[in-house]
Design a binder for this molecule. Structure first.
Ligand SMILES: Cc1ncc(COP(=O)(O)O)c(C=O)c1O
Length: 448
């Protein structure tokens, strides 16, 4: 028990068990569930389950609720919109909210001359990247460069880029042809055994130039690079700054589009509206979803005005840019720019500092990295061999759940820290006390 956490019955309680049993009977079980959490309500960074237990949320269910649970400003905006109109498809008609949100978003971006296309999800925003890029080159460039460890969605087009776990692609061959995967510059585990992050960046860029572009595909046939500015599912991996600037230069040199997937890293999570802003690089296309509308289904593709040029009839969707979701998105953006991004920066630095201190005490922590409130804590069984401590990660995550902290993993063995941006220092401290204790226990068990 703490000020925010309240565990009445060790979860899953009786009501949760009943629901999970039915879920297993009735729903296709293709999801990844880390633990038996059954939500009943929430407020800010605290959530309650169906048995009355209260938890501090480090998941934002899942990296969506950047404004927290039930933010009153979001509720107010949605309620107002619900009394006006709920739907009138942009495929064939117009409404003001669609332009209002675009204007608001563009004024929060550091780049001018943008256009937007609305979608319903992250995967659908990636599908839009593919179609816009192919359309821009009028079907003359049909190759793409993606990255190992990436997650971009589960539809066939987006799945063609996804490469963070083999099971995601298993059974679905053939995917969209033309996607070439290259290593992601993962400083802690650079695939080229580079000694420094800068060297890792140079090696990956060199590999693309010297091996892919000279031996495999002419760069003049490549439509776009698609990259996560911080790799999400792949382990919350922050690439070296030099890599993004180098990749952008490479793109410009060969007339290739530079597309970023900001579905998880965007919407204020890293302390800036888009994570790519940390690297000082302008993307040609940026895919958005998750945190954009505080839990209402919405995604978007934002891009350079001269690139977003698909002609009438070539792309659309019935529900994309739903008015209720857009009302939520407008309120969300006001909250992000009105202080939440600052909180992400301040508390992100604080959490990074705390984990860096834990790293000195517990050898199981191999690496701590992050931007804002997108932090990865990589666990290893041995600092020399860097063997992933996947089993230990699972134990830590499950014990945290039983003690009232909701947090999950990413990559092979990283703790994924992604709380709502409304979280307070006091809530962070209450959760970290439990997480540290579980890390300490796992560290001790490795040594015994
Ligand atoms: C970086 C990234 N891109 C795309 C997606 C796919 O989004 P959705 O699940 O909304 O299709 C995700 C989902 O986790 C993601 O993290």
């Amino acid at each position: 028990m703490g000020k925010y956490i309240r565990i009445l019955t060790t979860p899953p309680g009786p009501k949760a068990k009943e629901i999970i049993k039915k879920d297993e009977e009735l729903l296709m079980q293709s999801y990844v569930r880390w633990y038996p959490f059954v939500v009943a309500g929430g407020e800010g960074a605290v959530v309650e389950d169906v048995d009355g237990n209260r938890y501090i949320d480090f998941n934002s269910g899942l990296v969506v609720l950047n404004t927290g649970h039930l933010h009153p400003k979001v509720i107010e905006a949605v309620e107002l919109q619900l009394k006006r109109y709920i739907h009138y498809s942009l495929t064939d008609f117009y409404y003001e909210l669609a332009v209002e949100y675009a204007e608001k978003l563009f004024s929060a971006l550091p780049w001018k001359d943008n256009k937007i296309f609305y979608t319903n999800s992250g995967a659908e925003s990636i599908e839009a990247v593919i179609k816009v890029a192919k359309g821009y080159f009028e079907g003359k460039r049909n190759y793409f460069i993606g990255f190992l460890g990436a997650f971009h969605g589960r539809t066939i087009g987006s799945l063609s880029f996804t490469a963070s776990k083999a099971i995601q692609r298993k059974f679905f061959f053939p995917l969209m042809p033309g996607v070439i995967h290259v290593p992601y510059p993962y400083p802690y585990r650079c695939p080229f055994n580079s000694k420094t992050p800068k060297e890792c960046a140079e090696n990956v860029l060199g590999y693309i130039e010297d091996w892919i572009f000279k031996k495999y595909v002419d760069p003049g046939e490549v439509a776009a690079f698609l990259i996560e500015p911080v790799q999400g599912e792949g382990g919350y991996v922050v690439p070296p700054k030099e890599f993004m600037t180098g990749l952008k230069k490479l793109a410009e040199k060969h007339g290739i589009l530079f597309a970023v997937d900001e579905v998880q890293s965007g919407m204020g999570r890293t302390g800036k509206l888009l994570a790519i802003e940390h690297f000082g690089v302008r993307p040609d296309l940026a895919a958005l979803a998750k945190g954009i509308a505080s839990g209402f289904p919405l995604g978007a593709l934002v891009g350079r005005r001269d690139v977003m040029t698909l002609p009438g009839g070539s792309h659309a969707n019935t529900f994309g840019g739903n008015p209720v979701s857009l009302a939520a998105a407008k309120a969300t953006l006001d909250l992000l720019t009105g202080g939440l991004m600052d909180n992400a920066r301040v508390l992100g630095e604080y959490i990074m500092k705390r984990f860096t201190e834990y790293m000195e005490k517990y050898e199981i922590i191999g690496d701590v990295r992050g931007l804002g409130l997108m932090i990865g804590v990589e666990l290893v069984r041995d600092r020399k061999t860097k063997e992933p401590a996947s089993k230990e990660l699972n134990t830590i995550i499950n014990n945290c759940f039983k003690r009232g902290v909701l947090v999950i993993g990413a990559g092979a063995s990283s703790i994924r820290i992604a709380p709502p941006l409304v979280i307070t220092r006091e809530q962070v401290d209450e959760a970290l006390e439990i997480i540290e204790d579980e890390i300490r226990k796992a560290d001790k068990s490795l040594k015994s």
